[in-house]
Design a protein around this ligand. Structure first.
Ligand code: C2E
Ligand code: MG
Ligand code: MG
Length: 606
């Protein structure tokens, strides 16, 4: 039963073509024919439903058109005026294809031909239709061949304006593949283009493309000092300059943060890719203007050339990333080309990580202790705990051989806790054997460990467990560890101080080298880096630095420890400069716990 028959018309229940039939019939002045649609006894209901449908049609968003086999318009619903601006009577008798966009016309005619081949056939398509203003509207059209239907005798076309929807879809598509901030292609689009290049090169056998992986140097500094919106502006300007450095067929994309990638097409040699990197450095020579603030920006670039061994775009990107990482570690503002050796190094870092994980579990880590000597008296005052790895095949490994992998993987955190626990157990022994005046121990703290929110709590717990008083423990941190997050850093240091722990800036002079920040942090010891001590015999800036640090230490009430003292002359020079403490091969190399214990017991001095 249709809605019309049960007398309760509702749009949902009515098939649109029923409506069309009604209207087409009206258009041809054959209203009388409608009578067979409803029971004759209820003509009042018929009038009501007719009014109802007329109103629906007139107010419909869709337009309904009835055309003849040659395209002549025979009926047009009133809604056409709202949609296309034409009054229905302006269109009657015209050929509908006149209004179709010339580019769409051949396709539309073809579809229409097909529609005519079979009575009842339905065909849908999208096409551009002319608005009275001369602009084009995108229409979604459904045609139905009712030529053979005596009630209609035409092709009924239902059309809907989808211009806005199409625009929104296009915008969505654009957004899905572009970075909002810079308008550059994003990772998804970049990977897609890279995959295309790889497919192309597989087809013709010659990889002719390269990928540059760029990372802005010290971008965080701009963000932290000038604010995020300045950082954003810098990224936008950077994007513009990168685009200026490449050719039209190439792709610059923003991967996120301060990372960009460039796909170079038609590149036949690595040298050519390197030339682009050089061009980028030239582009970045001029300062950036961030609302009156002049800022210089540099990037580190990793280069990876297309090669048949790559199967997936991700592999190429990973290698370019690896090369970029190396460029960073070699001093930034430079580029590095990916080669097999780099890949080997990455693999071996991965192996080291896995082995180190096992070593930690199996108790293969060791601590050695290097004496810290009071220079004036020659007395043993403390030890620095330095971690070692008893590797089953490679022997006793020094931190330089495994700490980078530990940092990278995050293993540095559990390793750091292992070190603290064992160093404090050792102090506990010294104390048991020699009384409360025994030497202190210093423990190096990595940036990752320092950034742990529960750091203070856990340190306190280890101290409680090993019954270590704060004065027997010093923590060593580098300047960059503290300066990474100055506010949180100062807070954490303050809490550690409250536990009575000594705090020491390690490798002083190699990092920020800014003395200005020192008073903000509750540290009590500076460790002059051994590179300055090594060059102490020469007159010049290094000796001046040591002198300045010693004086600064005195002024601020800080202890100064000179690292890496290897000769009697250095020892003598430091003592005469008034440097309080020293450490180095001249006194002793780091020694195993047994020997350290003996030094404490006999009260070793120098
Ligand atoms: P550092 O904290 O600056 O430690 C001093 C390094 O200098 C030690 O190297 C030590 O053996 C070496 N050294 C001492 N005296 C001399 C000398 O007279 N001449 C020379 N050329 N070198 C000397 P090591 O043990 O290889 O440690 C290297 C770095 O590894 C340490 O530098 C420290 O940053 C890190 N490290 C060591 N143990 C740990 C640890 O348990 N945790 C963390 N996070 N880092 C550690
Ligand atoms: Mg140290
Ligand atoms: Mg050091």
């Amino acid at each position: 039963m249709t809605a019309i028959e049960n007398g309760k018309p509702s749009w949902d229940d009515v098939h649109p073509y029923t409506v069309v039939r009604v209207l087409a019939a009206r258009a041809r002045g054959m209203v009388g024919r409608l009578r067979w649609l409803v029971p004759r006894r209820d003509t009042r209901k018929l009038a009501a439903s007719e009014r109802h449908f007329r109103s629906l049609i007139e107010n419909a968003l869709d337009t309904i058109t009835v055309i003849e086999a040659d395209g002549t318009i025979r009926y047009e619903s009133p809604s056409v005026e709202r949609v296309l601006g034409f009054r229905p009577e302006e269109l009657l008798g015209r050929n509908v294809f006149e209004y179709v966009h010339p580019q769409d016309r051949p396709r539309v005619l073809q579809e229409f031909e097909r529609l005519l081949t079979e009575p009842g056939r339905v065909q849908s398509m999208e096409l551009r239709f002319r608005h009275i203003s001369g602009t084009w509207r995108m229409m979604e059209v459904i045609g139905r061949n009712l030529l053979a239907d005596p009630a209609v005798g035409g092709v009924v076309v239902n059309a809907r304006d989808i211009t806005e929807r199409k625009a929104a879809e296009a915008q969505l598509l654009y957004d899905a593949f572009h970075d909002k901030l810079t308008g550059l292609p994003n990772r998804a689009l970049f990977m897609d283009r890279l995959a295309q290049s790889m497919r192309r090169s597989r087809r013709d056998g010659h990889p002719r493309f390269a990928v540059l992986f760029l990372d802005a140097d010290r971008f965080k500094l701009v963000n932290d000092s000038l604010g995020h919106s300045a950082g954003d502006r810098l990224l936008v300007q950077l994007a513009v300059r990168l685009e200026e450095a490449i050719r039209p067929g190439d792709t610059v994309a923003r991967l996120g943060g301060d990372e960009f990638t460039i796909l170079l097409e038609g590149i036949t040699s690595l040298r050519a890719a390197e030339r682009v990197a050089e061009r980028i450095y030239q582009q970045l020579e001029a300062p950036f203007d961030l609302d009156g603030q002049e800022v210089f920006a540099t990037v580190s670039i990793g280069v990876a050339a297309g090669h048949s061994r790559y199967e997936k775009p991700e592999e190429l990107l990973r290698d370019a990333d690896l090369a970029m990482y190396r460029a960073k570690s070699l001093g930034r503002a430079r580029h590095e080309v990916f080669d097999r050796a780099l890949h080997e190094r990455a693999l071996s870092a991965l192996r080291t990580e896995t082995e180190l994980r096992h070593a930690l579990q199996r108790g293969l880590m060791r601590l050695h202790y290097q004496p810290i000597v009071e220079l004036r008296t020659g007395e043993l005052k403390g030890f620095e705990a330095l971690v070692r790895w008893r590797h089953p095949t490679r022997g006793l490994l020094h931190p330089g051989e495994f700490l980078p992998a530990a940092e990278e993987s995050g293993l540095i955190v559990p390793l750091g806790w292992w070190v603290l626990e064992h160093a404090l157990r050792e102090v506990c022994r010294w104390r048991e054997e020699n009384g409360p005046d025994c030497p202190f121990v210093t423990v190096n703290l990595s940036a990752r460990q320092f950034a742990q929110p529960e750091l203070v709590h856990k340190v306190a717990e280890v101290m409680r467990r090993t019954e270590t008083p704060g004065r027997l423990l010093k923590l060593e941190l580098t300047e960059s560890t503290v300066m990474d997050r100055p506010e949180e850093g100062a807070w954490t240091l303050g809490r550690l101080r409250e536990l009575g722990i000594g705090l020491c800036i390690d490798d002083f002079g190699t990092g920020y080298s800014s003395l200005g920040y020192l008073h903000q942090f509750p540290v009590d010891t500076l460790k002059v880096d051994r590179s300055f001590v090594a060059r102490l015999h020469r007159e010049g800036p290094d000796s001046a630095l040591v002198r300045t640090v010693v004086r600064l230490g005195r002024d601020l009430g800080l202890d100064v420890i000179a690292e890496g003292i290897e000769t009697e002359e250095q020892h003598e020079a430091l003592r005469s400069l008034g440097c309080g403490y020293g450490q180095g091969f001249h006194f002793s190399k780091p020694v195993p716990p047994r020997l350290a214990r003996k030094m404490v017991r006999i009260g070793r001095s120098w």
